[in-house]
Design a protein around this ligand. Structure first.
Ligand SMILES: *Cc1c(COP(=O)(O)O)cnc(C)c1O
Length: 403
């Protein structure tokens, strides 16, 4: 069991709001700066409140190391930068969170890292895209907002056959219920803004390294060079902690680490309640004439139901989508909501509605949106902790004056 490192044994890890840490001697200082002792030196590199949060996540996941950053995007960016170099490529799902697409296509693309976007529900497409310069496979375990599910064991087998690490964004399924590593994921990325923070109270991201990949086989010369110094399994975390965190300066701030540590305490309770409300609501929504289609992997006739159940268990998370007659119908549905809030974000305590095509995906062209299957009749609902019957009443009244 992990011990609280606080000097007073505080039951809630205090927020260490300090930039710097003082040392008793020059020797102690050099020991800390050279990594011989774990004492923090400067909060850009490590802060006790943030380290405590990382260790709590490590206890739950059984990972080799956990790194907390200021946003989910920072976690994804750091993880990809850590393995990539100009001339290498990433093979990524074409069904991804919009900013992950532009990170790879535009930002990493401009640095000479190519991304090949393919359909991850087809292992053949993934296999054909991999070559000797591939530095990572990247996908989301349930895609948002399409809610497609990939066969993770098959992807891991393929990745490892080709000596490529498997990176999974697991934001939509908490690590407390889904053990990504059991399915062969090497590096797990999480936007802790969502389920972990438990209320949209702050942004955060996690890089969870299971230490399962042999980095001496990586296409990254940088990581192969690290292997000689720190070992085959440690190279990824070593570069991340000693080079990227220090140089890019995006370590999670202690205030947020404190709040997200509290979020961990109630994570499973919230997840169970939100997931069961979602199943009930998704089922009820099928009785409403204005709703043409309900998409939720928890519904037994959903094409991904069986695979999702096998991988994630019987609780299918707290996001589902509905399709209305037209874009106009989707807009007026959203405008009429009274309890459900018009906002982006997932797994807040409050239920949130958004029209993905005109918001999160607004910078993409019609053709790109079609290719990503982000339809303009679709409304995404992220279900919170309110009374389920109140939520359904709200959805029903928002449909009423329709068509
Ligand atoms: C929200 C989200 C992100 C980005 O996380 P931020 O904390 O907003 O930076 C990445 N991936 C998925 C699947 C998300 O839902």
């Amino acid at each position: 069991m992990y011990q609280q490192p606080d000097a007073y044994g505080a039951l809630s890890m205090p927020v260490y709001l300090t930039a710097s840490f003082e040392f008793p001697s020059a020797k102690a200082m050099t020991d800390a700066f050279s990594g011989r002792t774990p004492a923090p030196s400067y909060s850009r590199i490590a802060n006790p409140t943030t380290t405590h949060f990382e260790q709590r996540v490590r206890t739950v996941t059984g990972a080799l190391s956990v790194t907390a950053l200021n946003t989910g995007m920072a976690a994804i960016a750091h993880a990809l930068i850590n393995v990539s170099e100009a001339g290498l490529n990433i093979v990524a799902s074409k069904h991804l969170f919009g900013n992950s697409v532009s990170l790879m296509r535009d930002t990493l693309g401009s640095l000479g890292v190519e991304t090949r976007f393919v359909d991850f529900t087809s292992t053949d497409d993934v296999r054909n895209a991999i070559d000797d310069k591939t530095c990572a496979l990247f996908f989301e375990v349930i895609t948002n907002p399409q809610l497609f599910v990939a066969d993770i064991r098959a992807l891991a087998e393929l990745a490892h056959e080709r000596h490529v690490p498997l990176f999974a964004d697991t934001t939509v399924v908490p690590f407390s219920v889904f053990k990504a590593h059991d399915f062969g994921v090497d590096v797990e990325l999480v936007s802790s803004t969502k389920y972990i923070s438990g209320g949209g109270t702050g942004l955060g991201g996690l890089i969870i390294d299971y230490g399962s990949f042999d980095w001496s086989l990586s296409s990254s010369a940088n990581l192969r060079a690290r292997v000689r110094r720190v070992g085959k399994r440690q190279a990824f975390t070593a570069r991340l902690k000693t080079e990227l965190l220090t140089n890019l300066g995006a370590l999670m701030v202690p205030q947020v680490a404190y709040i997200q540590t509290l979020g961990l305490d109630t994570l499973n309770l919230r997840f169970q309640r939100q997931a069961s409300t979602t199943l009930w609501l998704a089922t009820q929504c099928r009785s409403l004439k204005a709703i043409r289609h309900v998409n939720y992997t928890g519904l037994e006739d959903n094409p991904c139901h069986e695979l999702a159940t096998r991988q994630f268990g019987t609780l299918h998370g707290a996001v589902f989508t509905i399709s209305l007659q037209s874009k106009e119908a989707a807009f007026s549905f959203i405008d009429r909501l009274k309890i459900i809030r018009r906002a982006t974000n997932l797994f807040d305590r409050k239920t949130l509605a958004i029209h993905p095509a005109s918001t999160i995906f607004v910078t993409f062209t019609d053709d790109e949106r079609r290719d990503m299957q982000v339809d303009d009749t679709m409304v995404r609902l992220s279900v919170g902790l309110e009374d389920p019957a109140d939520l359904f009443d709200d959805i029903r009244q928002a449909c009423e004056t329709d068509v």
